[in-house]
Design a binder for this molecule. Structure first.
Ligand SMILES: [Zn+2]
Length: 331
């Protein structure tokens, strides 16, 4: 998931550049050569309202279910062209996924696995992490007594997770693996759903491989949040071509119901830094290294921390986070 640290910004700038190279300069829109029209990937309706265009990609709102998705979408060939950049993928793995100072991510993953553990009754629950990348979450789940496997389509990450970390990671989508019904107690997907061209297929398949009463836990983006309402098309998570779909708690409830799940837990995370970037620029840290700048930066960090905590509390109550974590039980 994007955050404002410079390495993420570099990564998304480069990805954005690649996506923009598929735009026809004469129209400012994604070239028809690289794109195809599509129906709503959740309810199959072909009826929609155009919402806005960002970097040549048009986001539309489905008339029937309210899903927001990119339409026309990139063809599979064009998507491969955007993502098939070894240098950029190596940068992502080494500078972001495996970078030191990931203690925030570790804390977050630990909190998630502890929450999941409260919904599982087995002593050694079997967990599969879809979109596991280099296996950061799997390592932590393993430490917390889960028997873990992963799915990752990028060979670069699979090789690292298996060869360096000794993890079990499959390189095919769930439906291409020979996994029998009810093989797992937990399925996790962190920041994956918004990237999928067909999120319903993955949810249905997750239901198939879960045991009765098994747990699906995931995070994704929520365009009903306050930040999106204020910033409209400038909201950070409108991020073509990476974010294909965007959800709301209501849409997710309906999707999960269709796939055979019932929601048991929802947590909203409000990204205060988006407000800082757009409205509170005076809290930006100075790059100077003198004593005055150091003191000022300390004060700004403190103010930012306190305001962020207050905002998180308020928006958790209002259920209006940019990111939502959902835990659902197979029924
Ligand atoms: Zn729809």
């Amino acid at each position: 998931m994007y955050n404002s640290s410079s390495k993420w910004a570099i990564f998304y700038d480069r990805l954005g550049e690649k996506a923009r190279s598929l735009v026809d300069p004469s129209t400012g829109m994604l070239s028809p050569r690289y794109s195809e029209d599509r129906r709503c990937p959740v309810c199959e309706s072909g009826s929609f309202v155009a919402r806005f265009v960002k970097d040549g990609f048009r986001y539309v709102t489905c008339d029937s279910c309210g899903l927001v998705y990119i339409n026309p979408q990139l063809t599979q060939d064009a998507l491969n062209r955007v993502y098939n950049d070894k240098e950029l993928r190596l940068f992502f793995m080494n500078e972001i996924l495996l970078a030191s100072g990931e203690s925030d991510q570790r804390k977050e993953f630990e909190s998630r696995i502890k929450t999941i553990a409260t919904y599982t009754s087995n002593s050694y629950p079997r967990l599969i992490d879809i979109g596991c990348a280099a296996g950061n979450f799997m390592m932590i789940a393993n430490d917390h007594g889960f028997a873990v496997e992963g799915i990752e389509l990028d060979k670069l990450y699979v090789d690292y997770a298996t060869a360096t970390r000794g993890l079990v990671v499959h390189k095919q989508p769930l439906w291409e693996l020979d996994i029998h019904e009810g093989a797992f107690d937990v399925v996790t997907m962190w920041d994956i759903l918004e990237h999928l061209p067909d999120p319903m297929r993955t949810l249905s398949e997750a239901a198939r491989v879960l045991s009765h009463g098994g747990i699906l836990a995931f995070t994704t983006i929520n365009h009903e949040c306050i930040n999106q309402r204020m910033l409209k098309d400038r909201w950070r998570y409108w991020m073509p071509p990476d974010h294909i779909c965007s959800f709301t708690p209501e849409i997710l409830k309906s999707m999960l119901g269709k796939a055979g799940f019932s929601i048991v837990h929802v947590k909203h995370t409000y990204m205060f830094e988006i407000i800082e970037e757009n409205y509170l620029r005076f809290l930006s840290l100075s790059a100077d290294n003198d004593t005055a700048a150091k003191v000022s930066n300390k004060v700004k960090k403190g103010a930012s921390f306190v305001l962020g905590r207050i905002a998180q509390g308020i928006f958790e109550t209002l259920k209006s986070g940019d990111i939502i974590m959902v835990i659902a039980r197979k029924i």
